[in-house]
Design a protein around this ligand. Structure first.
Ligand code: GLC
Length: 478
């Protein structure tokens, strides 16, 4: 079976958030299960594309409104799956994947150019798997654009990774769309605009999101898309993401100071913690809590400043390390707090992949107080590294963390999002830390869990089989 993934991120090539980790891992585990998986992303002018070999495999041009735009497809084979870059001069040739004024045009061009190339393939494509809003128009283009008619019968799975970003555009953009019959216009529309996520949901054969609890939430609260999910509920499902334990594994991780596994967890974590504490000049004997996520309100980062300040004032013994980038206000607040709490709190305004591994290995607790969390990978990395997660009971956090107060539980959870509830959870965590026997039991319990893609990829394979069942398919390898 040949599956083409279309995305705007892919670890280790280009990463903005969890989407990259998923696209860097899922295809790899599909390939291991004999699902030939290829990934198509926009070209970025960065270290990866400079240092790795890129082979030019296709060149052509496409109509973007009245303009004829040239594009090139480059292939890279250094990962465990074939990766293709769509290069478009002046649009997809920049150092970052997002953050430009013309992003809507850039991703529109990306989607059109990708299909222009894919329609020329001599291989039979069995399924397209599109990820998030920047590829959300592809299901529509495939089914209703004359120029892609040839691929109209190929089934499409659309995965929603976060409904905060919906790829909303004004109607003037439609002049750049590949031609389609106007009778289908309603499929692009939501609340009087073109909405890429809504179009993806309406036109895909199957829609998935990244946890069951997030799926349940979307019908009730999805930033205005509730009715779209309700109407299409029959083809929607939640499949929890996995983690790539060839990269995120304390036993083999080359980015951490000391590798460890059960039963030598305690020593391993101690050595890694010592390193972190020395690096950031924090006292080693205090419990260490880390936050490593985007600094925005959705991830609950706006309350960090108050939580840390109040914790220290109330006599909680924790040290705090926060790493992340995001809102100016949150960043500024944390910078100021750091100045007044020098020995107890360090703020790293970065997104440093290497350091992230060290944080998961060296910390005692991992805080993820999200207001909403489609899946969240950080808490799963924390579990793997024996770092107790302190999380809100939403989306993927609800599905992956079981409270230590329940039978066989291991994490600390709070149901209501408030500074007080987070503080109360930290005080519970402090009690866990003081009870070395309990701490050790919980660590071992967490580390024995399996949230890997080895398990989770199978759910996608079942879905792919289901979706392609009624199509004209040549089952090559399963
Ligand atoms: C988005 C979501 C996050 C999820 C990731 C990968 O970044 O916010 O919860 O883990 O996508 O699916």
């Amino acid at each position: 079976m040949l599956v083409i993934h279309l995305s705007t991120e892919c670890y280790p090539v280009v990463k903005n958030g969890g989407l990259a980790d998923v696209i860097g891992a899922l295809p790899k585990y599909l390939v291991k299960n004999d699902i030939d998986s290829k990934v198509v992303i926009p070209f970025v002018d960065n270290t990866f594309t400079h240092s790795e070999e890129l082979i030019r495999v296709f060149e052509n041009s496409f109509f973007f409104g009245q303009d004829k735009i040239p594009f090139t497809i480059y292939k890279n084979t250094s990962l465990d799956f074939d990766l293709y870059f769509v290069y478009i001069p002046n649009l997809l040739d920049r150092p970052n994947v997002y953050g430009y004024e013309d992003d809507a045009d850039r991703f529109l061009a990306f989607q059109t150019a990708s299909l222009e190339w894919l329609k020329t393939w001599d291989k039979e494509i069995d399924l397209f798997h599109c990820h998030d809003q920047n590829t959300g128009l592809i299901p529509f283009f495939l089914k209703y654009s004359y120029q892609f008619e040839k691929m109209a019968n190929i089934p499409v799975v659309f995965t929603v990774h976060n409904t905060i970003y919906q790829g909303i555009m004004d109607w003037d953009k439609v002049r750049w769309f590949p031609c389609f019959e106007p009778v289908h216009t309603h499929l692009l529309t939501w609340k009087n605009s073109i909405n890429s996520t809504a179009a993806g949901i309406k036109c895909a054969d199957q829609v998935t999101t990244v946890s069951q609890s997030y799926m349940d939430q979307l019908c009730l609260d999805s930033h205005g898309l509730e009715y779209v999910f309700q109407m299409n509920r029959y083809k929607c499902s939640g499949i929890l993401n996995g983690i790539d334990d060839s990269i995120w594994n304390p036993e083999t991780d080359f980015m951490i100071v000391e590798n460890y596994a059960i039963p030598k967890t305690q020593k391993g974590k101690m050595v890694n913690k010592k390193y972190l504490c020395q690096l950031f000049e924090l006292e080693e004997k205090r419990p260490l809590l880390v936050f490593n996520s985007k600094l925005n309100t959705s991830k609950g980062a706006d309350v960090l400043e108050r939580v840390i300040e109040k914790s220290v004032k109330s006599g909680i013994s924790f040290n705090f390390l926060v790493m992340g980038k995001g809102s100016y206000e949150i960043t500024r607040g944390l910078e100021l707090l750091q100045q007044s709490l020098k020995n107890r709190f360090k703020f790293i305004p970065e997104e440093d992949e290497n350091l992230a591994h060290k944080l998961f290995a060296g910390a005692d607790f991992y805080l993820k107080p999200s207001r909403e969390e489609p899946c969240g990978l950080g808490q799963m990395y924390a579990l793997k590294y024996g770092t107790i997660p302190i999380v809100s009971s939403v989306g993927g956090l609800e599905d992956t963390v079981k409270s230590f107060e329940e039978e066989n539980g291991y994490g600390v959870k709070f149901s209501y999002f408030s500074v007080e509830d987070i503080l109360f959870s930290i005080s519970k965590a402090e009690k866990i830390y003081q009870d070395k026997g309990l701490l050790d039991t919980l660590r071992k319990r967490m580390m024995s869990l399996d949230f890997s893609w080895t398990n989770q990829a199978k759910q996608y394979i079942n879905l792919y089989k289901e979706v392609t069942k009624n199509q004209k398919i040549v089952w090559e390898s399963i």
